[in-house]
Design a protein around this ligand. Structure first.
Ligand code: UDP
Length: 313
């Protein structure tokens, strides 16, 4: 059975990925320093024969004994609030952490899978975003610590691919939501749901006309596995192309939670992208992948999850 190292394996995406890999019979070694990850996300896996967990910071030297077939690099703060609070750690995990993860893959003769992001497109001037678009990123703005770290990760991955002949994949992940998002990670879906369920004001940043395209976590993970199992080595968008304004999202969350929360408006964060929507022609054509869970259904499932979290508090 393939043995897969998942960095960031106790995080939101990493832990769902571990579930999916184990479900198909792979072994999983999850590595996480628990800065934004949480052992609660993997506690159901601890008894699983195929699963092991190592608490470590992949920005430092790392070694995994035994055979490794795949290294999937998911470690990084990923919410704007987190990477603004941890700018240096974000830069380090995207640069040194990527280098260490690539080094591990090379030493083991493993496939390397890089979790990149739609943030490589910055505040995009091309809409929707195809993989050919080089992006519009402010390198010295507050979001630059994440965007440039991920752009460096992609460059480093391609250098290992071209120079060392390493088998590599790069996925560009668009806004993904679902169970196990941290209630306090500051992202729009978790913020709005928690606010709506608690009767607190809904905090729209700016006038709410900026857009995002939200992918339910199950669709996203299925896309990762389709990409991993393919031979596509160039960056590939995995995201749901259904685009919503942030105001539309707020209204939908209020409706689905039957909330009495009022909608309030606040300053837009610096360099907040005005629009984002993936072109997924490549994933459709080469991977046969497309999302199946639309926003209303995905939000309903996520609301059920957060209602449980709030009840246990
Ligand atoms: N946003 C908002 N209210 C919030 C949190 C976020 O209006 O409480 C906006 C944010 O300014 C951005 C969008 O929602 O335009 C998505 O933000 P998020 O942090 O989820 O992810 P991003 O796509 O910006 O990385």
């Amino acid at each position: 059975m393939p043995r897969v190292v998942v960095t960031g394996g106790a995080g939101f995406l990493g832990s769902h990925l571990a579930d999916a890999l184990l479900a198909r019979g792979d072994e999983v070694v999850a590595i996480d320093n628990l800065v934004t990850g949480d052992t609660a996300n993997i506690e159901h896996l601890i008894q699983h024969d195929g699963f092991s967990f190592v608490r470590a910071d992949v920005s430092n030297y790392m070694w995994v004994p035994g055979d490794v077939d795949v290294v999937m690099h998911f470690a990084s703060p990923a919410s704007p609030v987190d990477y603004l609070e941890m700018p240096i750690q974000t830069l380090k995990v995207g640069s040194l952490g990527t280098h260490n993860s690539l080094g591990l893959a090379k030493a083991k003769g493993a496939t390397f899978f890089m979790a990149s992001t739609s943030e490589v497109y910055g505040d995009p001037l091309v809409h929707p975003q195809t993989e050919e678009y080089w992006g519009n990123v402010n390198p010295v703005g507050p979001r630059g610590v994440y965007d440039e770290a991920k752009r460096f990760s992609e460059a480093m991955t391609m250098a290992y691919h071209r120079h060392h002949g390493l088998d590599t994949r790069i996925v560009r992940i668009f806004n993904t939501y679902g169970p196990r998002m941290r209630p306090n990670d500051g992202r729009v879906v978790s913020n709005f749901i928690i606010q709506a369920l608690s009767g607190e004001p809904i905090t729209i940043y700016g006038d709410g006309s900026q857009t995002r395209s939200f992918t339910f976590v199950d669709d996203e993970i299925r896309g990762f596995l389709a990409l991993l199992d393919s031979d596509v080595t160039s960056p590939t968008n995995i995201g749901n192309p259904n685009e919503f304004t942030i105001s539309e999202l707020a209204e939908l969350v209020v409706e689905l939670t039957a909330s009495t929360s009022e909608i309030t408006y606040h300053d837009l964060p610096v360099d907040d992208p005005t629009q984002r929507k993936p072109d997924i022609s490549k994933a459709k054509e080469l991977l046969g992948w497309e999302p199946t869970i639309q926003l209303r259904e995905g939000l309903e499932r996520t609301i059920t999850y957060f209602a449980g979290v709030l009840e246990r508090r």
